[in-house]
Design a protein around this ligand. Structure first.
Ligand code: TXA
Ligand code: MG
Length: 318
């Protein structure tokens, strides 16, 4: 069924056929996951990968995450290791991405991996993307469905705002449960978190019974998504703010300023998961309302607060 945005479709069997046809033909389309919406295409197809980079205006040096139905489908592409298998069993399908060594005979298009010898693999949980992955005979290369440097989309209308009719299909899977991108963990060496997410470091440390590192930058860019400017709402952002300047949009936690003009709460109950899920939506709302600047109060750096702080810090590099 079509709704008022002519390329946003409710998911059903008929649309599933359309999705498969489009992906088979090398298309790139808007698809829901439990984290954020993705721009998905056939990971084996050069045509699809080129389209994705072009639509997103993404630097070719920034590799894409490859999405699979399950570990069985990834066996021909990546070298398995015991830590991966342990984390997979605990968290997958779910909001976590693993960097693994690429197998020599992998069919993944080398442009998707920015010609690296590693692949980022993810096994998403959203039921729509799982029914699609189950039906197709190739994995999906799928970055977040936003133009490079913008914030990720968390509902189908956000995807529409990014690409309008430049993509043929946007599948409506509702508002994303987590609303922030997956945790990225590099397992090619000692485990290292490259991008914090809802599955946080201490939970992973508990499973692995070992301390793990956070990525701190360095000469070689491991995850180009860690480049300084990213996740930007398109207007200047100041973090760790105590006092409203009288005119900017002010983002905070709790109920204190709830009915005041210009104030936007991430979570009335100080719930950091809820706060993470509202962040990008609130950025978009503020931008649409025409504010010229965003101030954000200090966010506790624990649990999902670590992921929030990572994103708002990058958003502040405007
Ligand atoms: O939640 C998510 O992960 C979403 C949904 C759609 O699955 N996808 C997503 O993709 O956030 P993207 O392309 O926006 O972010 C992928 C991140 C980038 O920072 C990229 O640099 C990093 O993963 N990455 C991809 N392949 C990599 C590799 N081989 N080595 C290191 N980092 C890699
Ligand atoms: Mg992205």
């Amino acid at each position: 069924m079509k709704n008022s945005y002519s390329n946003i479709y409710t998911f059903n069997d008929k649309i599933l056929k359309k999705v498969i046809k489009n992906l088979d033909n090398g298309g790139a389309i808007g698809l829901p996951t439990e984290t954020v919406y993705g721009l998905g295409g056939n990971a084996y197809s050069k045509k699809s990968i080129n389209q994705i980079f072009k639509l997103k205006m993404r630097p070719r040096s920034n590799p894409l995450i490859i999405h699979y139905y399950s570990m069985n489908e990834a066996i021909n592409d990546v070298v398995m290791n015991p830590i991966f298998i342990k984390l997979y069993k605990k968290f997958c399908p779910g909001p976590i991405t693993f960097i693994l060594k690429k197998k020599k005979n992998s069919r993944i298009n080398s442009l998707a991996c920015a010609k690296l010898e590693t692949i980022a693999v993810r096994f998403p949980k959203h039921k729509v993307i799982r029914s699609i992955l189950k039906k197709i005979s190739f994995p999906l290369a799928m970055p977040s469905a936003n133009k490079s440097t913008n914030v990720s989309p968390v509902d189908p209308k956000d995807v529409w705002d990014e690409f309008k009719r430049k993509i043929k299909l946007i599948i409506d899977g509702g508002r994303c449960k987590y609303g922030i991108e997956s945790t990225v963990i590099d397992l090619t060496n000692k485990p290292k978190i490259l991008r914090p997410g809802i599955i946080n470091k201490s939970v992973i440390e508990k499973i692995l019974q070992t301390k793990i590192k956070n990525f701190k930058g360095g000469k070689k860019i491991k995850a180009p998504g860690l480049l300084k400017k990213h996740y930007s709402p398109g207007i200047p952002v100041s973090i760790n703010q105590r006092k409203h300047d009288g005119k900017s949009a002010f983002i905070f936690l709790g109920k204190k300023h709830i009915n005041k003009k210009n104030f936007f709460t991430l979570s009335k109950e100080f719930n950091l998961n809820e706060a993470a899920s509202n962040l990008y939506k609130i950025f978009r709302i503020i931008k649409k309302k025409g504010y010229k600047k965003i101030q954000i109060s200090k966010i506790p750096n624990k649990g999902s607060g670590v992921a929030i702080n990572d994103r708002i810090k990058k958003a502040s590099n405007f």
